[in-house]
Structure formats: C-alpha cells, structure tokens
Design a protein around this ligand. Structure first.
Ligand SMILES: Cc1cc2nc3c(=O)[nH]c(=O)nc-3n(C[C@H](O)[C@H](O)[C@H](O)COP(=O)(O)OP(=O)(O)OC[C@H]3O[C@@H](n4cnc5c(N)ncnc54)[C@H](O)[C@@H]3O)c2cc1C
Length: 595
C-alpha cells in the first residue's frame, strides 16, 4: 500500500480538503435528522408566514410535498401542464381497448423500487388502497432474480440477493461482491477481486473523502478501468453503471455511483432492518393504477387542488421575495399568488425561470444551468405468446443501447388478456433504452439517428442477440405491436425528448440546489435537488418534496412535526475505517486501500 495518490485518482490538495469542508456543510445538512426535530425559529429574513402554497409540477416531488403539507393543513394548489406522476406515470396506448377492456398498458419506463428506498415506501403506506392494510405499499412485489444476457452467450439467471449473510464487514462485502459477480464471462479473477476491493475502498471512505475527492473523479477512474480487460470495462464498469440509470461511467461522479452501489449491496445483503422487503421490488399493476391515481384521489380528499394544463412561465420578484407567478397553458396566461412557491418541475424547465433578479438574489442558483441531462426512454412490446424469460428484471449487459427490461404480465394481478387490449395480447415486455448515442448492431446508427420504426426494430434485434443464444425466448412472430414513449418526437429533421433525466456528472453536486434558497418564499423540488440517494430517482424526488415541505414549515415557523427524512444506512462495522480515512484525507493522503 502506497501513501502516494494513484495517477487516476484526483490529487488531494489542501484546496480539495478545504472544498470538502465547505461542501460537507451542504452534505451534512442533507443528513440532519428531521423527523422529531424541534422546529428552529427562522431569522426574520427567511420567515414567510401563511399557509397557501403553489406547487409547480405534479411529479414525484410535487405530489410528495403536497402530501406532507396537506396533512399539516396547508392550502395547496398543484399546477401541472402535462401528466400527474411526471416521469413515473403510466402511459397506455390510445385506441387499443376493445369493449369491456382497458387500453394496452404502457409505462414511461418500467418501475424498480430497490430495497434501499425508504421515502417512497413510507409515502405509499399513507395512501389508502382497497383491501390493503398498508395502502399502496402492499402493491409492491418482491423480485427474486435478474436475467443477465450477453451477446452470443447463453443468458444467466442470477439471484438478486446475497445469501447467507448475518452481518457485514469489509471482508464480507468484498467476498460477497466476488461471489455475486462471478458469473460474468471472460472476466479475469484478479480483476473481479480488484473491483470488489475498490468497492471496499468506497465503503470505507470517509464522508470528507466522498465529497472532497470521489465527487470529482469519474466512476471509470475510481474503478481504474484503463488497461483492464474488455470484460472488466464492458461489464463491470460500463454495464453495471448504465443499467441503473442513463449515467455514463466516463462522466458520472464516482460518489453518486458509489452511493447507490453501496445502498444496493446493503439492501441485497438482507442484513439491514431499514432496507427490508427485498433488494428488488416492482408494482403488481400499472404504476398509475397501483399508485399514482389512488395518490391523487387521496390528495384531493385532503383538499389539494390540481390545475391541469397550466405550467409555470415566470416568477416575479418584489422586495426580495416572490410576489407572484405567471402560469400559462391552453387557456392563456394567469397570475397566481401564494405565500410559498415551490418549483417541482424538471431541472431543464426550472432553469428557464432563473432570470437576473432571481440569480442576483441567490447567485448559487446559477449553478443549476450547468447541470446535465441525458436520455433514458421506455418502449413496450406487446406479445401474442408469453415469453419464457424467467420472471424478474432483464439486463442485456454490454448491449450498445444499454437495454434493460421487465416482463409485466406475470407479476401483475388479474388476467392480462381479459383486462387489456383486444384479448390477443398475452404479455408486455417493457424495455428501457439508456444509451441513445452508441451505434446499434442492425442499422449501425445511434438511437437518436433512427426513426421510431427503426428504434423498435433495432431494440428488438439487440434483445434477441443478447437473450436468444440457446433459447427462443423472443420470437418475431409473437410481436403484436410496440409502443415508444410519445415524448420522443421528430420535427425539422431533429429528434426531441420531452423528458430527459438528470445525470450526476463529476462535480455536479456543487451545482445542485437545496430545497430552500436565499429567496425566503421560493423552494425547489425534484430529482435534481440534493438528496441522500443522490441518483435521479423517484426516491430522491420524494425526499426533495419532503425537504421542501419542511423548509416551508420552517419559514412559516410552524410547530408541526417535520416530514420524515431517512438518511442512508451507515454500518458501525465500517466506522473505524472511515475515521482513519477522514484523518488521512485531512492530511492530504489517499485512501489506505486505493491503488
Ligand atoms: C425511462 C425511465 C425509467 C425510470 N425508472 C425508474 C425506476 O425504475 N425507479 C426510480 O426510482 N426512478 C426511475 N426513473 C427516474 C424517475 O422517474 C424520476 O427521477 C422521477 O420520477 C422524477 O420526479 P420529479 O418530480 O423530480 O420530476 P418529474 O417526474 O419530471 O415531474 C415534474 C413535473 O413537472 C411538470 N412540469 C414541467 N414543466 C413545468 C412547468 N413549467 N410548470 C409546472 N410543471 C411543469 C412535468 O410535466 C412533470 O409532471 C426513471 C426515469 C426514466 C426516464
């Protein structure tokens, strides 16, 4: 072990350590427990009395904030220009229902609820659902395994849980990762061991190093991909990152990927009481039926008003605060006034509102303009015969378009053909395309360069190439139809995605807003707002909605209990190693095991 920084890691300078200290201010603010916290009195500058709240955006963040505030007696209006549920909504296929049945069910992207989620299940348990003692939460079902497909090799069914663990230590983490990923073909054993060791580096890195060093290097760098075998780079570093989100290992912050990776390993270990219910869960019905529709109905019951077809167009400032907002839509533009204004729209929309007056009032908000989005888009294939792919998630590891999928029909309640379409569709294979910039295998073009038909044909070809070696799981003749997210459109020769997703590029934490800003009655919600799980997910968006609700309660000096914020789990068995690492980081030394 050397005390010299490795060439691929960001050098730790006194400036880095100081920057870590500054950033940690924000990070620790995120981790502060708020459930039972006594509300602190605000400085008069941050105080903003009154209970009327205008929430702009009815996605996960907006609905979560509305839920918390409505339960505390606030007067809430949600302005939503398009669809409640946002990126988490279902989108069925218009015109496909025969009498007595519903349209074929589509999803914006199939929904994965890892066991490390705490905020989302908590919200779900507070949404009533007929026959469910724990509300909508009881609509989550456990998934036991994942099918991993490799080009030209037989697919493998791998369990998603790490069996036989009663506790976790650095050694056990390392051994479990080696055991769990041993199925990856052509991977030199010493490189798998190195990957597992680097994961232990992450597990035992101090908070200071996570924010001060790992935030500023890529996942590819922390995993030292350069010079390693193609299998190491393609599967361990690239595919395992890409299947989680639209993140690219060459640009993603090592801190973000490490954070979600650690949480998934802990959930898979089955040793963490807070992460109960299985590492991998899905809904047992379309997302809107299982969750979003009952949620909206519940919120209406709590008095929340929804104004559909209207989006925030501008914020007006006067006297250092937001004085009014302009919403616009099909029916024209209207001025809206409220005591508190919560921007819960996606970051690519929120930045349009940041005019000079707002940036002057809080210059840090200008950082939002540097945040990066990328594309992850759902496509569904409706099949006349059920495929024999085992139940659970499907990952075409190393496929050019980073494809992942889920069989929807077998894990849903009810008789699929009797419920949806014209009765001839027995199966829905829901696929996410997470790489839109790498040429495919059939047309040699990226997804962004293809037409809708070509996207459907190429995606199917990749799925077959990755899953059909030694199987006939995917048969052309079984395809009834397909449905690509209608948010993908073409005009003037260019392709457009209505709903891109935040990607956590190196150093992006510095540019992400907190739920509250220097303007006393302006708040931010959304997966781009700083949160514990960090990755752009429903969990992060839900936490941000809670944080915004708490900031409103703070600003109003409201004594109500705060919405619960759940920090990620930090294991005592790793505390000593982290403390040593904190000292080393402050002294400008690399992690003891890194190299
Ligand atoms: C294909 C795909 C698959 C995914 N799968 C998963 C998964 O399995 N698990 C997971 O946890 N996460 C998943 N995610 C991520 C997750 O869906 C998002 O991170 C989360 O839903 C974001 O919620 P949000 O409230 O921040 O934003 P959004 O869902 O985007 O909601 C924002 C809302 O604001 C509205 N809006 C836009 N402009 C305005 C305006 N001017 N005024 C007012 N409102 C406006 C939008 O219409 C939208 O309804 C997936 C994402 C994609 C794209």
């Amino acid at each position: 072990m050397s005390d010299q920084p490795t060439p691929l890691s960001a050098p730790i300078t006194r400036r880095t350590a100081l920057r870590a200290g500054l950033v940690l201010g924000g990070a620790l603010a995120v981790t502060a427990p708020t459930a039972a916290a006594t509300p602190a009195r605000r400085s008069p500058l941050l105080r903003s009395g009154g209970k009327s709240v205008a929430i702009f955006g009815g996605g996960m963040a907006g609905l979560s904030a509305a839920h918390e505030l409505a339960e505390r007696g606030y007067d809430i209006t949600v302005y939503e220009p398009a669809f409640l549920g946002g990126k988490a909504r279902s989108m069925d296929v218009p015109g496909t229902a025969s009498p007595g049945r519903a349209n074929l069910p589509g999803e914006h992207g199939f929904r994965f609820f890892p066991g490390c989620y705490q905020h989302v299940p908590d919200t779900m348990s507070r949404i009533p659902f007929p026959g469910n003692p724990n509300g909508v939460r009881d609509n989550l079902v456990r998934v036991e395994g994942t099918v991993a497909g490799f080009q030209g090799l037989p697919p493998i069914f791998a369990p998603v849980e790490l069996g036989g663990l009663s506790q976790l230590t650095p050694e056990l983490v390392q051994n479990s990762i080696i055991g769990a990923l041993g199925f990856i073909p052509d991977l030199p054993p010493h490189e798998l061991a190195f990957f597992a060791k680097q994961m232990v580096v992450w597990f035992t890195s101090s908070t200071e190093r996570r924010f001060g060093q790992w935030e500023y290097v890529t996942w590819e760098q922390i995993m030292q991909a350069e010079g390693k075998s193609p299998a190491y780079r393609k599967y361990l570093v690239n595919a395992l990152t890409r299947i989680t989100v639209a993140a690219k290992p060459q640009t993603s912050s090592a801190r973000t990927i490490g954070t979600i990776g650690e949480a998934l390993v802990l959930a898979a270990s089955g040793t963490i009481p807070q992460f109960s219910g299985g590492v991998d869960r899905i809904l047992n019905r379309p997302t809107n039926v299982a969750w979003i529709d009952p949620w909206v109905e519940h919120l209406r019951g709590l008095g929340v008003r929804f104004v559909m077809g209207q989006g925030l167009a501008a914020l007006q400032m006067a006297g250092g605060r937001i004085a009014s907002a302009t919403v616009s839509g099909r029916s024209g533009a209207t001025a809206v006034t409220a005591d508190h204004y919560l921007c819960a729209m996606p970051v690519d929309r929120a930045v349009d509102l940041l005019d000079d007056a707002i940036i002057d009032a809080d210059p840090r908000l200008g950082g939002m303009r540097n945040l990066v989005t990328d594309w992850m888009v759902g496509i569904q294939y409706y099949l006349r015969r059920p495929t024999e792919i085992p139940e659970g998630h499907i990952a075409a590891l190393g496929s050019p378009w980073a494809l992942t999928a889920l069989r929807q029909a077998p894990m849903w309640v009810g008789d699929f053909p009797a419920t949806y379409g014209d009765g001839s569709v027995l199966e829905c294979l829901s696929v996410d395309i997470s790489d839109w910039d790498t040429p495919g295998i059939l047309f040699g073009r990226t997804a962004k360069e293809c037409t809708a038909d070509e996207i459907a044909i190429e995606t199917w070809a990749q799925l077959k190439a990755w899953l059909n070696t030694g199987t006939d799981w995917l048969r052309d003749e079984d395809i009834h139809s397909w449905h690509l997210d209608p948010g993908i459109t073409w005009s003037g020769g260019a392709i457009h995605n209505e709903t891109p997703l935040l990607v956590n590029t190196v150093g992006s934490y510095d540019n992400r807003p907190d739920a509250h800003c220097a303007i006393p009655n302006l708040y931010f919600g959304g997966d781009h707002v700083r949160n514990h799980i960090d990755l752009a997910t429903m969990e992060g968006a839900n936490e941000s909605g809670r944080a915004a609700a708490n900031a409103i309660l703070d600003a109003a000096d409201d004594p109500s209990p705060r919405a619960q914020i759940f920090p990620l789990v930090s294991l005592p068995a790793f505390a000593a190693a982290k403390a040593i690492d904190a000292d080393r980081f402050r002294a400008g030394l690399p992690h003891l095991l890194d190299g």
